[in-house]
Design a protein around this ligand. Structure first.
Ligand code: GLP
Length: 266
């Protein structure tokens, strides 16, 4: 696992956006045969990365014409036009601002499906039809959930229906009038196994409130209690984080990553 520590949130986002840009641009020679397949998250963590990617796209430095995207998750029961649906979030914060993203290349789980099992199987099938995901960008919850894979979700889980914990509903209630009851109790989410099948995974971890989760991801035991810890078993996992999130790392781990990744410091 690589851990790239930046001074602050802005630099973490710049670094992540540069990394994604390089990966898409390196793929250019394969565009004839297959598009670049990018997994994407919602939440506060990726917003700065989306802003950087939009800037690059508008400046003509990065094209999304040959990029297919798959989002991590979606609340069950929220229609697309609900301002807290992840469909709405993605269009509002990212897709609507890109000059060459093709709508038919955007994949987001359908939160209004009346057959979640079939919808999730369709999603897995569609990912497979593209030959898998090249790079999955993610964020994590304060309890270490990756996508909506809450503590004690199987580390081999596939896309499916998930129950949200009360803790997650409380954390996410900041977007629902601070009322946890208004936060949907269920969501559709890619599984940990789905994320692990991606060629690379890039997870953003920022701020003091994620310090325990970062330590669990990097230094904890691999355990379904912290589903993010599965990334220790991935051969292409990168954590991009800021200094604030490093508060619970051991000093030797912190120094190791600063040293080994010193060329990456912006
Ligand atoms: C939600 C999403 C996750 C996201 C997490 C962290 O629960 N389902 O995919 O990673 O929140 O969000 P934030 O980046 O706002 O802390």
């Amino acid at each position: 696992m690589r851990v790239v520590i930046q001074d602050n949130y802005e630099k973490m986002c710049q670094w992540a956006a540069n990394y994604i840009q390089d990966k898409i641009n390196e793929h250019v020679e394969f565009f004839e045969t297959r598009p670049f397949v990018l997994g994407l998250p919602t939440g506060s963590s990726p917003i700065g990365v989306y802003q950087e990617l939009i800037k690059k796209n508008k400046a003509g430095e990065l094209s999304f014409a040959n990029v297919v995207t798959f989002n991590m998750d979606e609340y069950l029961g929220l229609p697309r036009e609900h301002d807290q649906s992840y469909w709405y979030f993605m269009h509002d914060n990212f897709f609507d601002h890109l000059v060459d993203m093709k709508p038919e290349n955007i994949n987001i789980l359908d939160g209004m499906t009346d057959d979640p099992e079939a919808e999730c199987a369709r999603y897995e099938g569609k990912i497979a039809s593209y030959g898998g995901i090249d790079l999955f960008m993610g964020g994590i919850g304060v309890d270490g959930h990756l996508a909506f894979n809450e503590p004690f979700t199987s580390l081999t889980s596939r896309t499916g229906l998930r129950d949200l914990t009360t803790d997650t509903r409380i954390v996410n209630s900041r977007f629902f009038d601070n009322d946890p009851e208004k936060v949907p109790a269920k969501a559709l989410s890619v599984g940990i196994g789905t994320v692990m099948d991606s060629r690379e995974v890039l997870v953003l971890i920022s701020g003091h409130n994620k310090a325990r989760a970062l330590a669990a991801t990097v230094e904890g035991n691999v355990s379904h209690k912290w589903t993010c810890s599965a990334l220790q078993m991935h051969n292409g996992a990168i954590i991009a984080c800021d200094e604030e999130a490093c508060g619970e790392l051991t000093v030797d781990a912190y120094k190791y990553f600063l040293d080994i990744e010193k060329k990456e410091r912006l």
